[in-house]
Ligand binder design. Structure first.
Ligand code: AMP
Ligand code: ZN
Length: 476
């Protein structure tokens, strides 16, 4: 059975065909090229954002499990209205401000056992690629200049609206439009490049000093890294309009070829029926949950276990249930490990394992049906547990079962997940950072001292100040 995923562009579950040309053997395909909209590094990521990044991880891991090669890029949005505002409020440079949140973000990904992307371009390092698109759009008369800013004229791109399937009349009448600030000729148009303002960072370009609009950043980074049509583009559903619609318009108008074959949009994590978001004040960061005593492993499980096309309703009870489920998994692994030598081999074990792996694949091939795949896994656990109860499994059989579970965990990433932070801790570095922090405090540079405390906290290290000095401990 082929792997099919729901494609927002066609509204169908489409077979994933990397490069667009069908081959008989998965090994013959070129790498699946994937671009995921990454974080805007103006604050800590909340667990809603992290659900989306866990989905990207699941997709990448499953493609590899199926034998595809993968090239994954995820950008860092390090210049936009929010990052500029944040840096201004803290009185630091944009670079200083965004680097702090970028480091913490990557630390969060590591904590959740999310495999690193192959490319992590930053918007501020991709200005040349933006200029290339903008020049092409100007040459073609699709981009126009107004008061030093460049805008995309959507009336010149007849395909506008094909992704979001918004009623064309709504778009054309300006009922639905990008609410980005700045003056434009037509309310429907969107900003490509924003004229420099005095207190904002800016770059010199052939069309004047300014800074990028958000949408052009992603179009440029996709082009810079892959240079051609890519297979998959991801981002949560809120990005379909206007962000992804605008990415398509810019890229296809500039380069005259299809931008992306498969658009995959996971649903939101919600709290009491509302999208988790910083602006609604209903968000939790990974750090918040760890401070409440929840383990990264349980959080990974929770964020992974609901089908990506369904909203995930976040509750603390949900994390506790994840804890219990993982305890059952651990007990099962212990039992499997404890099987003594000298028992007879089970002649049916190979067939049980193969059926399990086939069912797992068949289920996940259907639009990454994770809840179904977990069901298949827990049925297998149940079946093997019964064999253990009946003494019908040898040590050799148990090793084969363990191998199959390792294979599955290359997709799940929570079974053999170790929250064992002790092994990774570099105490010399921590002591050095504490010293730096003490000096910053003495110099009344509380911003710096807070930054050091936050950085360590993001890594799971808690600092405790007392009259005898500062001690550190590992957060459990
Ligand atoms: P941002 O840092 O705001 O640019 O968002 C990073 C990613 O998180 C994007 O793909 C967003 O669509 C996604 N996202 C934002 N809010 C949520 C949410 N509540 N649940 C799931 N994904 C979200
Ligand atoms: Zn994007």
């Amino acid at each position: 059975m082929p792997l099919k995923m729901h494609n927002t562009l066609t509204g169908l579950e489409d077979e994933i065909i990397p490069g667009g040309v069908k081959k008989n053997n998965i090994k013959d395909y070129p790498p699946v090229t994937i671009y995921s909209c990454g974080p805007t590094v103006y604050s800590y990521a909340h667990i809603g954002n992290l659900r989306t990044f866990i989905f990207n991880d699941l997709l990448n891991r499953y493609l590899k499990f199926r034998g595809f090669k993968v090239q994954h890029a995820m950008n860092i949005t390090d210049v936009d209205d929010k990052t500029i505002k944040g840096a201004r409020e803290e009185g630091v440079t944009l670079k200083e401000y965004t680097e702090k949140y970028t480091d913490i973000f990557f630390e969060d990904l590591k904590t959740l056992n999310i495999e690193p992307a192959d490319f992590t371009p930053k918007a501020t390092e991709s200005i040349d690629a933006m200029i290339d698109i903008l020049e092409k759009l100007k040459e073609k008369g699709i981009a126009y200049d107004k008061d030093g800013s460049l805008y995309f004229s959507i009336s010149k791109f007849p395909d506008y609206g094909k992704l979001s399937n918004l009623d064309r009349r709504e778009i054309m009448s300006g009922l639905r439009y990008d609410t980005d600030e700045y003056e434009k000729e037509d309310v429907r148009d969107f900003a490509l490049w924003k004229a420099a303002k005095e207190d904002e960072p800016s770059w010199d370009t052939p069309f004047g000093k300014g800074r990028p609009g958000w949408h052009i950043e992603c179009s440029a980074m996709v082009r810079k890294i892959f240079g051609k049509t890519i297979d998959i583009h991801t981002g949560a559903v809120d990005l379909i309009f206007p962000h992804h619609e605008n990415e398509i318009a810019q890229s296809e108008a500039a380069y005259g070829e299809q931008f992306v074959r498969y658009w995959i949009h996971p649903e939101h994590l919600i709290v009491d029926g509302a999208k988790m978001s910083k602006s609604l004040g209903n968000s939790y960061t990974l750090m918040d949950l760890r401070e409440k005593g929840f383990s990264p492993r349980s959080i990974r499980y929770l964020l992974l276990a609901t089908h990506y096309k369904k909203q995930l309703n976040f509750t603390f009870d949900g994390v506790k249930q994840a804890d219990n489920t993982l305890e059952r998994v651990d007990n099962f692994l212990l039992r499997l490990n404890d099987i003594a030598d000298g028992k007879e081999n089970n002649t049916g074990i190979e067939s049980i394992i193969n059926t399990f792996l086939d069912k797992f694949t068949e289920t996940a091939d259907n639009d990454l049906n994770i809840s179904g795949s977990l069901g298949v896994f827990f049925d297998f656990v149940h079946e093997i547990n019964s064999l253990i109860n009946e003494d019908k499994i040898s040590k050799n059989d148990a090793e084969k079962v363990m191998k199959a579970i390792e294979k599955i965990d290359s997709v799940f990433g929570f079974i053999f997940f170790k929250d064992n932070k002790e092994n990774e801790i570099d105490s010399e570095r921590i002591e050095k950072l504490i010293e730096e922090r003490n000096e910053a405090r003495k110099a009344k540079n509380f911003q710096k001292s807070d930054e050091i405390r936050d950085l360590l906290l993001a890594e799971g290290i808690i600092l405790e100040d007392s009259k005898d000095g500062t001690r550190w401990k590992i957060r459990k």
